[in-house]
Design a protein around this ligand. Structure first.
Ligand SMILES: [Zn+2]
Length: 454
Protein backbone atom coordinates (compact mmCIF):
# COMPACT_ATOMS: atom_id res chain seq x y z
CA UNK A 1 0.00 0.00 0.00
CA UNK A 2 1.37 3.44 -0.92
CA UNK A 3 0.05 6.96 -1.17
CA UNK A 4 0.70 9.67 -3.76
CA UNK A 5 -0.22 13.28 -3.15
CA UNK A 6 -0.82 15.71 -6.04
CA UNK A 7 -1.55 19.43 -5.68
CA UNK A 8 -3.73 19.35 -8.80
CA UNK A 9 -5.24 16.39 -10.65
CA UNK A 10 -7.79 15.64 -13.35
CA UNK A 11 -10.34 13.22 -11.89
CA UNK A 12 -13.35 11.77 -13.75
CA UNK A 13 -15.57 14.39 -12.10
CA UNK A 14 -13.21 17.23 -13.06
CA UNK A 15 -10.22 19.15 -11.75
CA UNK A 16 -9.41 18.72 -8.09
CA UNK A 17 -6.91 20.20 -5.64
CA UNK A 18 -4.81 18.42 -3.02
CA UNK A 19 -5.54 14.89 -4.22
CA UNK A 20 -4.36 11.87 -2.25
CA UNK A 21 -4.34 8.62 -4.24
CA UNK A 22 -3.94 5.33 -2.39
CA UNK A 23 -2.49 2.45 -4.38
CA UNK A 24 -2.45 -1.21 -3.34
CA UNK A 25 0.38 -3.68 -3.87
CA UNK A 26 -0.92 -4.65 -7.33
CA UNK A 27 -0.78 -1.01 -8.46
CA UNK A 28 -4.55 -0.45 -8.38
CA UNK A 29 -6.11 2.69 -6.96
CA UNK A 30 -8.10 1.92 -3.82
CA UNK A 31 -8.98 5.44 -2.74
CA UNK A 32 -8.99 8.96 -4.22
CA UNK A 33 -9.49 11.86 -1.85
CA UNK A 34 -9.53 15.53 -2.86
CA UNK A 35 -8.89 18.50 -0.57
CA UNK A 36 -6.73 16.11 1.41
CA UNK A 37 -3.91 17.00 3.75
CA UNK A 38 -0.40 15.98 2.68
CA UNK A 39 0.59 13.27 5.11
CA UNK A 40 4.09 12.12 6.03
CA UNK A 41 3.53 8.64 4.54
CA UNK A 42 2.42 10.06 1.15
CA UNK A 43 4.89 10.80 -1.65
CA UNK A 44 4.23 14.42 -2.62
CA UNK A 45 4.51 14.80 -6.38
CA UNK A 46 5.11 18.24 -7.87
CA UNK A 47 3.08 19.10 -10.97
CA UNK A 48 -0.35 18.49 -12.48
CA UNK A 49 -1.58 14.89 -12.53
CA UNK A 50 -3.41 13.49 -15.52
CA UNK A 51 -4.64 9.94 -16.10
CA UNK A 52 -2.38 7.78 -18.23
CA UNK A 53 -2.90 7.63 -21.97
CA UNK A 54 -2.46 4.38 -23.91
CA UNK A 55 -0.82 4.24 -27.31
CA UNK A 56 -3.10 1.76 -29.05
CA UNK A 57 -1.13 1.17 -32.23
CA UNK A 58 2.59 0.57 -32.57
CA UNK A 59 4.87 -1.30 -34.97
CA UNK A 60 8.08 -1.12 -32.96
CA UNK A 61 10.43 -2.07 -35.81
CA UNK A 62 9.26 0.94 -37.84
CA UNK A 63 10.96 3.20 -35.30
CA UNK A 64 14.18 2.25 -37.11
CA UNK A 65 13.10 4.02 -40.31
CA UNK A 66 11.25 7.04 -38.87
CA UNK A 67 12.10 10.02 -41.05
CA UNK A 68 13.77 8.01 -43.81
CA UNK A 69 10.90 8.03 -46.29
CA UNK A 70 11.00 11.71 -47.12
CA UNK A 71 13.27 11.77 -50.16
CA UNK A 72 11.21 11.90 -53.34
CA UNK A 73 11.43 9.10 -55.85
CA UNK A 74 10.69 9.25 -59.54
CA UNK A 75 7.11 10.31 -58.90
CA UNK A 76 4.05 8.67 -57.44
CA UNK A 77 5.47 8.09 -53.96
CA UNK A 78 2.71 6.55 -51.95
CA UNK A 79 1.93 4.39 -48.97
CA UNK A 80 2.86 1.40 -51.14
CA UNK A 81 6.31 2.69 -52.14
CA UNK A 82 6.99 3.64 -48.49
CA UNK A 83 6.01 0.11 -47.52
CA UNK A 84 8.54 -1.40 -49.95
CA UNK A 85 11.28 0.78 -48.43
CA UNK A 86 10.19 -0.29 -44.94
CA UNK A 87 10.29 -3.99 -45.93
CA UNK A 88 13.87 -3.62 -47.24
CA UNK A 89 15.11 -1.83 -44.15
CA UNK A 90 13.68 -4.27 -41.63
CA UNK A 91 14.58 -7.40 -43.56
CA UNK A 92 17.85 -7.70 -41.61
CA UNK A 93 16.69 -6.92 -38.05
CA UNK A 94 17.60 -9.85 -35.82
CA UNK A 95 16.04 -10.51 -32.39
CA UNK A 96 18.76 -8.57 -30.53
CA UNK A 97 18.39 -5.59 -32.88
CA UNK A 98 14.65 -5.71 -32.62
CA UNK A 99 14.70 -5.71 -28.82
CA UNK A 100 17.11 -2.76 -28.86
CA UNK A 101 14.82 -0.77 -31.17
CA UNK A 102 11.71 -1.61 -29.15
CA UNK A 103 13.37 -0.72 -25.84
CA UNK A 104 14.47 2.66 -27.16
CA UNK A 105 10.98 3.28 -28.51
CA UNK A 106 9.18 2.38 -25.29
CA UNK A 107 11.48 4.62 -23.25
CA UNK A 108 10.68 7.46 -25.67
CA UNK A 109 6.97 6.74 -25.39
CA UNK A 110 7.00 6.85 -21.59
CA UNK A 111 8.93 10.13 -21.59
CA UNK A 112 6.37 11.58 -24.02
CA UNK A 113 3.48 10.61 -21.72
CA UNK A 114 2.18 7.31 -23.11
CA UNK A 115 1.49 4.84 -20.31
CA UNK A 116 0.65 1.64 -22.21
CA UNK A 117 1.26 0.35 -25.72
CA UNK A 118 -0.55 -2.06 -28.00
CA UNK A 119 2.11 -3.65 -30.17
CA UNK A 120 0.69 -4.81 -33.50
CA UNK A 121 3.48 -7.30 -33.95
CA UNK A 122 4.07 -8.92 -37.31
CA UNK A 123 7.84 -9.36 -37.59
CA UNK A 124 7.70 -13.01 -36.53
CA UNK A 125 10.27 -15.05 -38.48
CA UNK A 126 13.96 -15.01 -39.34
CA UNK A 127 15.07 -12.95 -42.37
CA UNK A 128 14.85 -16.03 -44.61
CA UNK A 129 11.21 -16.51 -43.61
CA UNK A 130 11.81 -19.58 -41.44
CA UNK A 131 10.40 -19.59 -37.90
CA UNK A 132 12.94 -19.18 -35.11
CA UNK A 133 13.62 -22.23 -32.91
CA UNK A 134 10.98 -20.73 -30.63
CA UNK A 135 8.39 -19.32 -33.07
CA UNK A 136 7.49 -16.73 -30.42
CA UNK A 137 11.09 -15.43 -30.19
CA UNK A 138 10.36 -11.98 -31.63
CA UNK A 139 7.17 -11.58 -29.59
CA UNK A 140 9.13 -12.36 -26.43
CA UNK A 141 11.63 -9.66 -27.45
CA UNK A 142 8.78 -7.13 -27.57
CA UNK A 143 7.69 -8.21 -24.10
CA UNK A 144 11.25 -8.05 -22.78
CA UNK A 145 11.66 -4.52 -24.15
CA UNK A 146 8.38 -3.40 -22.59
CA UNK A 147 9.26 -4.95 -19.25
CA UNK A 148 12.72 -3.35 -19.22
CA UNK A 149 11.21 0.05 -19.98
CA UNK A 150 8.40 -0.44 -17.45
CA UNK A 151 5.74 -0.10 -20.15
CA UNK A 152 2.47 -2.06 -19.84
CA UNK A 153 2.07 -4.06 -23.06
CA UNK A 154 -0.88 -5.31 -25.07
CA UNK A 155 0.79 -7.90 -27.23
CA UNK A 156 -1.07 -8.39 -30.48
CA UNK A 157 0.56 -11.10 -32.60
CA UNK A 158 -0.46 -10.45 -36.18
CA UNK A 159 -1.96 -13.01 -38.50
CA UNK A 160 -0.75 -12.31 -42.03
CA UNK A 161 -1.60 -14.86 -44.70
CA UNK A 162 -1.85 -13.19 -48.09
CA UNK A 163 -0.57 -10.21 -50.05
CA UNK A 164 -3.96 -9.13 -51.30
CA UNK A 165 -7.67 -9.86 -51.59
CA UNK A 166 -8.49 -13.26 -53.04
CA UNK A 167 -5.70 -14.94 -51.05
CA UNK A 168 -2.85 -13.69 -53.25
CA UNK A 169 0.42 -15.38 -52.24
CA UNK A 170 2.69 -13.36 -49.96
CA UNK A 171 5.55 -11.43 -51.54
CA UNK A 172 9.19 -12.01 -50.66
CA UNK A 173 9.19 -8.82 -48.56
CA UNK A 174 6.43 -10.33 -46.42
CA UNK A 175 8.06 -13.69 -45.66
CA UNK A 176 8.91 -12.74 -42.07
CA UNK A 177 5.21 -12.10 -41.35
CA UNK A 178 3.44 -15.21 -42.66
CA UNK A 179 1.60 -18.01 -40.83
CA UNK A 180 -1.02 -20.55 -41.71
CA UNK A 181 -3.99 -20.46 -39.37
CA UNK A 182 -2.86 -23.43 -37.26
CA UNK A 183 0.63 -22.02 -36.86
CA UNK A 184 -0.78 -18.68 -35.83
CA UNK A 185 -3.14 -20.23 -33.28
CA UNK A 186 -0.22 -22.17 -31.79
CA UNK A 187 1.72 -18.91 -31.50
CA UNK A 188 -1.11 -17.12 -29.68
CA UNK A 189 -1.62 -20.12 -27.38
CA UNK A 190 2.05 -20.12 -26.41
CA UNK A 191 1.97 -16.37 -25.74
CA UNK A 192 -1.16 -16.61 -23.61
CA UNK A 193 0.49 -19.36 -21.58
CA UNK A 194 3.77 -17.46 -21.25
CA UNK A 195 2.16 -14.23 -19.98
CA UNK A 196 -0.75 -15.67 -17.99
CA UNK A 197 -0.92 -14.02 -14.59
CA UNK A 198 1.12 -10.98 -15.61
CA UNK A 199 -0.59 -7.68 -14.69
CA UNK A 200 1.47 -5.72 -17.20
CA UNK A 201 0.86 -7.87 -20.29
CA UNK A 202 -2.42 -8.51 -22.11
CA UNK A 203 -2.37 -10.89 -25.07
CA UNK A 204 -4.83 -10.30 -27.89
CA UNK A 205 -4.69 -10.87 -31.64
CA UNK A 206 -4.40 -8.76 -34.75
CA UNK A 207 -5.59 -10.09 -38.08
CA UNK A 208 -3.47 -7.73 -40.20
CA UNK A 209 -6.14 -6.46 -42.58
CA UNK A 210 -8.88 -7.73 -44.87
CA UNK A 211 -6.35 -7.81 -47.69
CA UNK A 212 -3.94 -10.01 -45.68
CA UNK A 213 -6.46 -12.40 -44.08
CA UNK A 214 -9.13 -14.08 -46.24
CA UNK A 215 -12.67 -13.63 -44.92
CA UNK A 216 -13.33 -17.21 -43.81
CA UNK A 217 -9.99 -17.38 -42.06
CA UNK A 218 -10.80 -14.16 -40.23
CA UNK A 219 -14.11 -15.63 -39.07
CA UNK A 220 -12.38 -18.82 -37.91
CA UNK A 221 -9.76 -16.79 -36.09
CA UNK A 222 -12.31 -14.62 -34.28
CA UNK A 223 -14.28 -17.73 -33.30
CA UNK A 224 -11.12 -19.35 -31.90
CA UNK A 225 -10.31 -16.29 -29.76
CA UNK A 226 -12.80 -16.19 -26.89
CA UNK A 227 -11.35 -13.16 -25.13
CA UNK A 228 -8.80 -10.38 -25.38
CA UNK A 229 -8.57 -7.44 -27.75
CA UNK A 230 -8.84 -7.90 -31.53
CA UNK A 231 -7.22 -5.18 -33.62
CA UNK A 232 -7.28 -4.90 -37.42
CA UNK A 233 -6.04 -2.36 -39.96
CA UNK A 234 -8.96 -1.29 -42.10
CA UNK A 235 -9.82 1.12 -44.92
CA UNK A 236 -6.52 2.98 -44.60
CA UNK A 237 -6.01 3.40 -48.32
CA UNK A 238 -8.47 3.99 -51.16
CA UNK A 239 -6.85 1.17 -53.15
CA UNK A 240 -7.78 -1.22 -50.35
CA UNK A 241 -11.38 0.01 -50.49
CA UNK A 242 -11.47 -0.48 -54.28
CA UNK A 243 -9.97 -3.99 -54.04
CA UNK A 244 -12.41 -4.96 -51.29
CA UNK A 245 -15.33 -3.67 -53.34
CA UNK A 246 -14.27 -5.63 -56.38
CA UNK A 247 -13.74 -8.86 -54.41
CA UNK A 248 -16.66 -8.76 -52.01
CA UNK A 249 -19.05 -6.14 -53.38
CA UNK A 250 -18.76 -4.35 -50.03
CA UNK A 251 -16.47 -1.69 -48.62
CA UNK A 252 -14.03 -2.90 -45.90
CA UNK A 253 -15.78 -1.54 -42.79
CA UNK A 254 -19.21 -2.46 -44.12
CA UNK A 255 -18.01 -5.99 -44.87
CA UNK A 256 -16.43 -6.36 -41.44
CA UNK A 257 -19.52 -5.16 -39.58
CA UNK A 258 -21.72 -7.55 -41.54
CA UNK A 259 -19.50 -10.61 -41.31
CA UNK A 260 -17.78 -10.49 -37.90
CA UNK A 261 -19.16 -10.01 -34.37
CA UNK A 262 -17.59 -6.56 -33.98
CA UNK A 263 -18.05 -5.28 -30.42
CA UNK A 264 -16.12 -3.61 -27.59
CA UNK A 265 -13.20 -6.05 -27.96
CA UNK A 266 -12.50 -4.78 -31.43
CA UNK A 267 -10.25 -1.91 -32.41
CA UNK A 268 -10.45 -0.75 -36.02
CA UNK A 269 -7.15 0.89 -36.93
CA UNK A 270 -7.41 3.94 -39.21
CA UNK A 271 -10.91 3.34 -40.71
CA UNK A 272 -10.03 6.38 -42.79
CA UNK A 273 -12.27 5.83 -45.78
CA UNK A 274 -15.78 5.25 -44.44
CA UNK A 275 -19.29 6.22 -45.50
CA UNK A 276 -21.87 7.83 -43.21
CA UNK A 277 -23.50 4.42 -42.84
CA UNK A 278 -20.19 2.82 -41.83
CA UNK A 279 -19.52 5.66 -39.33
CA UNK A 280 -22.89 5.01 -37.69
CA UNK A 281 -22.28 1.25 -37.78
CA UNK A 282 -18.93 1.51 -35.99
CA UNK A 283 -20.41 3.75 -33.29
CA UNK A 284 -23.33 1.32 -32.82
CA UNK A 285 -21.02 -1.71 -32.65
CA UNK A 286 -19.17 -0.16 -29.70
CA UNK A 287 -15.72 -0.82 -31.13
CA UNK A 288 -12.83 1.59 -30.69
CA UNK A 289 -11.39 3.34 -33.74
CA UNK A 290 -7.60 3.60 -33.55
CA UNK A 291 -6.53 6.92 -35.06
CA UNK A 292 -2.90 7.64 -35.89
CA UNK A 293 -3.05 11.16 -37.34
CA UNK A 294 0.68 11.82 -37.78
CA UNK A 295 1.27 8.50 -39.57
CA UNK A 296 -1.91 8.89 -41.61
CA UNK A 297 -0.71 12.35 -42.65
CA UNK A 298 2.84 11.18 -43.32
CA UNK A 299 1.64 8.33 -45.53
CA UNK A 300 -0.96 10.42 -47.31
CA UNK A 301 -3.79 8.13 -46.21
CA UNK A 302 -6.58 10.68 -45.91
CA UNK A 303 -8.69 12.12 -43.11
CA UNK A 304 -11.01 10.20 -40.84
CA UNK A 305 -14.48 11.83 -40.49
CA UNK A 306 -13.91 12.47 -36.79
CA UNK A 307 -16.66 15.06 -36.29
CA UNK A 308 -19.40 12.73 -37.54
CA UNK A 309 -18.04 9.72 -35.68
CA UNK A 310 -17.71 11.60 -32.38
CA UNK A 311 -21.20 13.07 -32.81
CA UNK A 312 -22.49 9.51 -33.14
CA UNK A 313 -20.83 8.67 -29.80
CA UNK A 314 -18.03 6.60 -31.30
CA UNK A 315 -15.05 5.66 -29.12
CA UNK A 316 -11.50 6.31 -30.26
CA UNK A 317 -7.90 6.19 -29.10
CA UNK A 318 -4.60 7.25 -30.60
CA UNK A 319 -1.54 5.40 -31.81
CA UNK A 320 1.92 6.39 -32.99
CA UNK A 321 1.89 3.56 -35.56
CA UNK A 322 5.01 4.19 -37.72
CA UNK A 323 6.54 6.45 -35.03
CA UNK A 324 7.07 9.34 -37.39
CA UNK A 325 6.08 11.11 -34.17
CA UNK A 326 6.20 9.66 -30.67
CA UNK A 327 4.05 12.29 -29.01
CA UNK A 328 0.46 12.04 -27.82
CA UNK A 329 0.26 15.81 -28.09
CA UNK A 330 0.94 15.72 -31.82
CA UNK A 331 -1.60 12.96 -32.43
CA UNK A 332 -4.39 14.79 -30.59
CA UNK A 333 -3.48 18.15 -32.11
CA UNK A 334 -3.45 16.82 -35.66
CA UNK A 335 -6.70 15.01 -35.13
CA UNK A 336 -8.32 18.35 -34.36
CA UNK A 337 -6.36 20.23 -37.04
CA UNK A 338 -7.42 17.71 -39.69
CA UNK A 339 -11.03 18.41 -38.74
CA UNK A 340 -10.44 22.19 -38.75
CA UNK A 341 -8.82 22.13 -42.17
CA UNK A 342 -11.67 20.01 -43.49
CA UNK A 343 -14.50 22.08 -42.06
CA UNK A 344 -12.79 25.51 -41.99
CA UNK A 345 -13.91 25.99 -38.39
CA UNK A 346 -12.22 25.89 -34.98
CA UNK A 347 -12.82 23.67 -31.90
CA UNK A 348 -14.52 21.09 -34.13
CA UNK A 349 -14.00 18.14 -31.77
CA UNK A 350 -14.69 19.96 -28.48
CA UNK A 351 -17.94 18.04 -28.15
CA UNK A 352 -20.32 21.00 -27.79
CA UNK A 353 -20.41 24.66 -26.81
CA UNK A 354 -18.16 26.04 -24.07
CA UNK A 355 -16.00 22.95 -23.80
CA UNK A 356 -12.24 22.56 -23.92
CA UNK A 357 -11.06 20.84 -27.10
CA UNK A 358 -7.92 19.59 -25.39
CA UNK A 359 -9.75 18.07 -22.45
CA UNK A 360 -12.40 16.38 -24.60
CA UNK A 361 -9.74 14.88 -26.86
CA UNK A 362 -7.51 13.80 -23.98
CA UNK A 363 -10.22 12.21 -21.84
CA UNK A 364 -11.91 10.45 -24.75
CA UNK A 365 -8.61 9.11 -26.09
CA UNK A 366 -7.59 7.93 -22.62
CA UNK A 367 -10.86 6.02 -22.18
CA UNK A 368 -10.83 4.52 -25.68
CA UNK A 369 -7.13 3.66 -25.51
CA UNK A 370 -7.58 1.85 -22.19
CA UNK A 371 -10.46 -0.19 -23.60
CA UNK A 372 -8.62 -1.07 -26.81
CA UNK A 373 -5.60 -2.19 -24.82
CA UNK A 374 -7.63 -4.23 -22.36
CA UNK A 375 -6.17 -2.44 -19.33
CA UNK A 376 -8.08 -0.85 -16.43
CA UNK A 377 -6.38 2.51 -16.83
CA UNK A 378 -7.19 5.89 -18.37
CA UNK A 379 -8.80 7.50 -15.31
CA UNK A 380 -7.69 8.40 -11.79
CA UNK A 381 -10.42 6.40 -10.12
CA UNK A 382 -10.86 3.50 -7.71
CA UNK A 383 -10.22 0.14 -9.39
CA UNK A 384 -8.00 1.56 -12.14
CA UNK A 385 -4.26 1.03 -12.33
CA UNK A 386 -2.41 4.05 -10.95
CA UNK A 387 -0.96 5.21 -14.28
CA UNK A 388 -0.35 8.94 -14.01
CA UNK A 389 1.25 11.55 -16.26
CA UNK A 390 2.44 14.59 -14.33
CA UNK A 391 2.95 17.86 -16.21
CA UNK A 392 5.50 20.44 -15.12
CA UNK A 393 3.41 23.28 -13.69
CA UNK A 394 6.53 25.43 -13.27
CA UNK A 395 7.12 25.52 -17.03
CA UNK A 396 6.59 28.97 -18.63
CA UNK A 397 4.12 27.47 -21.09
CA UNK A 398 1.75 26.74 -18.22
CA UNK A 399 2.19 30.10 -16.49
CA UNK A 400 -1.19 31.47 -15.50
CA UNK A 401 -2.97 28.34 -16.73
CA UNK A 402 -5.40 26.39 -14.65
CA UNK A 403 -8.11 23.80 -15.25
CA UNK A 404 -8.79 22.88 -18.85
CA UNK A 405 -6.42 25.59 -20.11
CA UNK A 406 -3.57 23.34 -18.94
CA UNK A 407 -4.62 20.62 -21.36
CA UNK A 408 -5.36 23.08 -24.17
CA UNK A 409 -1.94 24.70 -23.73
CA UNK A 410 -0.14 21.36 -23.56
CA UNK A 411 -1.89 19.93 -26.62
CA UNK A 412 -2.05 23.01 -28.84
CA UNK A 413 1.04 24.97 -27.77
CA UNK A 414 3.08 22.29 -26.07
CA UNK A 415 6.05 21.77 -28.33
CA UNK A 416 8.21 21.81 -25.20
CA UNK A 417 8.58 18.66 -23.14
CA UNK A 418 6.06 19.27 -20.38
CA UNK A 419 5.91 15.70 -19.08
CA UNK A 420 7.79 15.78 -15.80
CA UNK A 421 6.98 12.46 -14.15
CA UNK A 422 5.23 9.30 -15.28
CA UNK A 423 3.86 6.71 -12.86
CA UNK A 424 2.91 3.18 -13.85
CA UNK A 425 0.97 1.19 -11.27
CA UNK A 426 1.83 3.82 -8.69
CA UNK A 427 5.60 3.77 -9.25
CA UNK A 428 7.66 6.42 -11.02
CA UNK A 429 9.19 5.23 -14.29
CA UNK A 430 10.04 8.76 -15.49
CA UNK A 431 11.20 11.27 -12.91
CA UNK A 432 12.06 14.89 -13.70
CA UNK A 433 11.89 14.05 -17.40
CA UNK A 434 14.41 11.23 -17.19
CA UNK A 435 13.97 7.50 -17.62
CA UNK A 436 16.58 5.44 -15.74
CA UNK A 437 17.21 3.29 -18.82
CA UNK A 438 17.45 6.09 -21.39
CA UNK A 439 21.24 6.29 -21.73
CA UNK A 440 21.69 2.53 -21.81
CA UNK A 441 18.82 2.10 -24.31
CA UNK A 442 20.31 4.72 -26.63
CA UNK A 443 23.78 3.16 -26.40
CA UNK A 444 22.30 -0.14 -27.55
CA UNK A 445 20.02 1.39 -30.21
CA UNK A 446 22.53 3.65 -31.98
CA UNK A 447 24.94 0.98 -33.27
CA UNK A 448 22.00 -1.12 -34.51
CA UNK A 449 20.84 1.81 -36.64
CA UNK A 450 24.35 2.60 -37.81
CA UNK A 451 24.80 -0.97 -38.96
CA UNK A 452 21.35 -1.20 -40.59
CA UNK A 453 21.91 1.89 -42.70
CA UNK A 454 25.67 1.57 -43.27
ZN1 LIG B 1 -0.32 -0.05 -38.51
Amino acid sequence: MRKLFFRRALLPQGWAEAVAVTVDDTGRITEVESNAQPSPEAETVAGIALPGLANLHSHAHQRAIAGLGERSGSGGDSFWSWREAMYRAVARLDPEDFEAVATQLYVEMLKAGYTAVAEFHYLHHAPDGRPYADPAEMAHRVAAAAQAAGMPLTLLPVHYAASGFGGLPPTEGQRRFIHDLDGFLRLTESLRAAYAGRDDVVVGIAPHSLRAVPGQELQALAAATPDGPIHIHIAEQTREVDDCLSHTGRRPVGWLLENLPVDGRWCLIHATHVTAEEVAGMARAGCVVGLCPTTEANLGDGLFPAEDYFAAGGAFGIGSDSHISVSPVEELRWLEYGARLTHRRRTVLAGGPDRSTGRTLFETAAAGGARACGFATGALAVGRRADVVVLDDAHPLLAGRSGDAVLDSWIFAGNAALVRHVYIAGRAVVRDGRHPLEDQAARRFTPVLERLFA
